[in-house]
Design a protein around this ligand. Structure first.
Ligand code: 9MG
Length: 283
C-alpha cells in the first residue's frame, strides 16, 4: 500500500519513507505565534516548542515565517529572514539534529536557511514561483516538498487532471535545474484553491492526484476543510485532523505535517499496526 523511498539529506541520515509515517511538526514564527515578550522570548519559546515536538516524535521540524492562511499578509524577504534565521541559528546552537525544513517560496530565504542548517525546502508554490528556487535546491542538494497551489485554476478542468499537469511542470522544472526525482516529495496542497468537496475527494483519491513514484505529504492540520465540516475553531480540530491523517495514511501518504505531534503520531502508529501488523518486538 505504501511505496518505499529513501530521500538523501546533506550531512545527515536519509529520510526513510514507506510503511512508517513520518511526522513533520509545524513551527510557525509569525508575530501571532508564541509569546509577545520580545525577540529573545520568541526565539526561546520556538526552541522549547521544537524540543517538545521532537520529544513527542516529530521526525522533521518545519519552520515558517509567513503565514499562508487565507487573508494573511505577505512579508518581505528581510522580514521573513528576521523571523526565521534567529530560530534556525538557535536550534542548531542547541544541538537539535532533527532535520529542519524551511517553509518558504522565496529563494533567498531558502538559501540563507540552508546555509544556517535547514536541509529541506517546503515550497508551497511547488517550484513554480521564483525560478531560482529550483537552483537553490540543486546547489545545496536538498530535497524539496513541492505543493500544488494553482491560483487561477481553470475550474472546467477536473482537479486531478489539473494536479497531474501541475506536478508534471514541477518535475520538469526540478529536472532542468538538476534536482533528482528522488529528492522530490509531492503535496496535494489541502485547502489551497480547492473547494470543501474537492479537499475530501482528494483525501479519498490521494494517490491518483500525484504522479506515481513520488512520496506524498499530507497537510490538513487544523485546516478549514475540518472546521467548515465540524463548525469549530482551529484549536478544536484535533479529532478532525487525526481522522484526515489516518485516512491519508491508509490512502498512501508518507509524511504528515501537524501542529499536534503526539496525538497524530499515536494515531498513525495504530493505523500502521492495523495495515501491516504491530512491531515484531511486541509480539
Ligand atoms: C506551509 N503550509 C501550510 N499548509 C501546508 C501544506 O498543506 N503543505 C505544505 N507542504 N506546506 C504547508
Amino acid at each position: 500500500m505504501h511505496t518505499n523511498h529513501t530521500i538523501a539529506l546533506p550531512d545527515r541520515p536519509p529520510l526513510i519513507l514507506g510503511q512508517t509515517a513520518l511526522v513533520m511538526g509545524i513551527l510557525n514564527v509569525t508575530p501571532d505565534s508564541f509569546s509577545d515578550g520580545g525577540q529573545h522570548n520568541l526565539v526561546a519559546s520556538a526552541v522549547a516548542h521544537a524540543r517538545q515536538m521532537i520529544a513527542e516524535g516529530a521526525d522533521i521540524i518545519d519552520i515558517g515565517g509567513e503565514s499562508t492562511r487565507p487573508g494573511a499578509e505577505t512579508v518581505g524577504v528581510q522580514q521573513e529572514l528576521d523571523r526565521v534565521m534567529p530560530v534556525i541559528d538557535a536550534l542548531v546552537a542547541a544541538g537539535i539534529t532533527a532535520p529542519i525544513s524551511i517553509d518558504t517560496y522565496k529563494p533567498l530565504v531558502a538559501d540563507q536557511a540552508i546555509q544556517a542548517g535547514a536541509c529541506i525546502i517546503n515550497d508551497v508554490h511547488g517550484l513554480q514561483g521564483a525560478p531560482e528556487m529550483a537552483d537553490v535546491a540543486a546547489t545545496y542538494g536538498v530535497p524539496v516538498i513541492a505543493m500544488h497551489w494553482q491560483k487561477d485554476r481553470d475550474r472546467s478542468v477536473p482537479l486531478v487532471d489539473d494536479m497531474l499537469r501541475y506536478f508534471a511542470a514541477t518535475i520538469a522544472r526540478a529536472e532542468a535545474a538538476g534536482i533528482s526525482r528522488a529528492s522530490l516529495v509531492l503535496d496535494p496542497g489541502f485547502g489551497f484553491g480547492k473547494t470543501l468537496r474537492e479537499n475530501y475527494a482528494l483525501l479519498q483519491d490521494l494517490q491518483h492526484a500525484c504522479p506515481e513514484g513520488f512520496p506524498i505529504l499530507v497537510g490538513t492540520s487544523r485546516k478549514s476543510m475540518i472546521g467548515k465540516l465540524l463548525e469549530n475553531q482551529p484549536e478544536q480540530r484535533l479529532a478532525g485532523t487525526i481522522a484526515t491523517n489516518v485516512l491519508g495514511y491508509v490512502n498512501g501518504g508518507h509524511i504528515f505535517r501537524v501542529h499536534d505531534v503526539k496525538a497524530n503520531r499515536d494515531a498513525l502508529r495504530v493505523a500502521q499496526a492495523t495495515l501491516y501488523g504491530p512491531p515484531a518486538q511486541l509480539e
